[in-house]
Design a protein. Structure first.
Length: 203
């Protein structure tokens, strides 16, 4: 990783600087959903706020990117660094619930997110976004964010659309569902008594 990291407990701070983006992110998995977010991409800030609020993650997300090109580097790189922070905040994963799913309705839209904190980072996107842009946000970038986040967080992530026509509703439902599913999957289950939720003894 190009940058610095500091963590304690179920929290992490990560920084990454390239020729395209300068990013600093901190996250606390056991927070109350308070987030300070500034990426220069308004719709993306709104989505990240929804993710944190429904995940009950406290976060500070700052990015200065080459928006004169477009928002691609900003959105993807935030996904990378947020995923790295999430992975580090999980620690050794002992006692976590590991699996969860959540279906979020937003008016006509219904989106399911299913997650496995597996250590195998991969994302599967079954969403049909009907327009190419929401304001200045390229809707293709929502998929790029989740791919980058899942790969770096070490989670298996499925996002599936059951219904919906409004692009804003669909993407916002996806971010909310992901936050809620990860909140539940990362939660500590006292019945596990600190054991890893894996038959092979490793995640």
């Amino acid at each position: 990783m190009n940058g610095d990291s500091v963590s304690s407990g179920r929290a992490s701070s990560q920084a990454r600087k390239t020729k395209e983006t300068d990013i600093a992110i901190s996250i606390d998995l056991d927070g109350a959903g308070h987030a300070e977010i500034s990426t220069g991409v308004g719709f993306f800030d709104h989505m990240l706020d929804a993710f944190c609020r429904h995940g009950l993650f406290d976060a500070d997300i700052r990015c200065e990117g080459d928006l004169q090109v477009d928002a691609h580097h900003t959105v993807e790189d935030v996904g990378i660094v947020l995923g790295q922070a999430f992975a580090e905040a999980l620690g050794d994963k002992r006692g976590i619930c590991r699996f969860s799913s959540c279906a979020v309705p937003m008016d006509e839209a219904l989106v399911l997110c299913a997650v496995d904190i597996s250590g195998r980072g991969q994302a599967f996107w079954a969403m049909d976004i009907p327009v190419e842009a929401i304001s200045t946000f390229d809707t293709q970038l929502a998929r790029e964010f989740f791919i980058a986040f899942a790969a770096n967080a070490g989670i298996t992530l499925h996002l599936r659309q059951f219904s919906g026509e409004n692009a804003h509703h669909l993407i916002e439902a996806a971010f909310k569902a992901c936050g809620r599913a990860l909140r539940q999957a990362a939660a500590l289950d006292p019945r596990l008594e600190g054991r890893l939720p894996s038959t092979k003894g490793a995640l």
